[in-house]
Design a protein around this ligand. Structure first.
Ligand code: 1GP
Length: 250
């Protein structure tokens, strides 16, 4: 099986889109986790992202174990801190928060995590993580103590992504933050996609199939949905159909 990164590159080069379901360990009990995993298998979801900006339970290990018990869909860590490194996942988004100027989230957490990650078999996806101001302050920007990029300044987002790519980051993630009032704008996604060669992941506030479609149309390679699926698991079916349909139509 090819690595997550190889798959992202191959899909991105062919214009094939992917769908990641974000599982926030704090918001799931065993039953809801199992039902989302079953639905995701039926819908052939591409990835599970697991993590959160602020976790009050220490259960990432159990969550990963439960997912792995049922499916081979790759589990990609989306860590809010070095405490969320779980060696039994498949890959880790090694996120450098390049939209901010907080050294701890640019490199500090990574220094603490690197020796542990090195000892694991986790595939490391070096990722330029950009928070975008999508209406109201999100947990991610508050906890990271960073100012998100302005919503309506695509050129700043594009320059930030370009700098990240020049520094060697292999994937870009544009995030309005969990439960954002509105998703990242099509203009910002398109500007970033045009500026860099690497795969672009987009998430935050995608809560309808129309919003998912708009992000794909603007150039997102991977759509991430968490909050909306926690509220209505059936949305997983609608969005995965949209993503699969989009890829077939090109
Ligand atoms: C948040 O991109 C993710 O970091 C997903 O956001 O929970 O709003 O879907 P939602």
């Amino acid at each position: 099986m090819s690595s997550v990164y190889e798959q992202l590159i191959e899909n991105s080069s062919k214009g094939k889109k992917a769908f990641a379901v974000l599982l926030d360990p704090d918001k799931l009990d065993d039953r809801s986790l199992k039902s989302i995993v079953m639905l995701a298998m039926e819908c052939r979801v591409d990835y599970f992202f697991v993590g959160g900006s602020l976790l009050s339970k220490y259960n990432i290990s159990e969550i990963v174990q439960t997912i792995k018990q049922y499916t081979s869909i790759p589990v990609v860590l989306f860590p809010g801190s070095h405490l969320q490194v779980e060696p039994n996942a498949d890959a880790i988004l090694f996120l450098s928060l390049i939209s901010g100027r907080n050294a701890d989230f640019l490199i500090g957490q990574h220094v603490v995590a690197a020796p542990i990650v090195k000892q694991s078999k986790l595939e490391v996806l070096s990722t330029g993580y950009m928070l975008i101001d999508c209406g109201e302050q999100t947990t991610a920007s508050y906890i990271s103590n960073t100012t998100p990029l302005p919503y309506d300044k695509p050129s700043i987002a594009a320059a930030t992504a370009l700098a990240g790519e020049m520094l060697g980051l292999k994937v870009m993630y544009l995030d309005g933050g969990s439960g954002a009032a509105k998703p990242v704008s099509a203009e910002t996604i398109a500007a970033v996609k045009k500026a860099v060669h690497c795969p672009v992941i987009v998430g935050g506030g995608v809560n309808t199939e129309e919003k998912a479609f708009a992000a794909l149309e603007a150039g997102a390679d991977v759509i991430v949905v968490g909050t909306a699926i926690e509220k209505d698991p059936n949305l997983l079916v609608a969005i995965s159909n949209k993503v699969a349909g989009y890829s077939k139509s090109i």
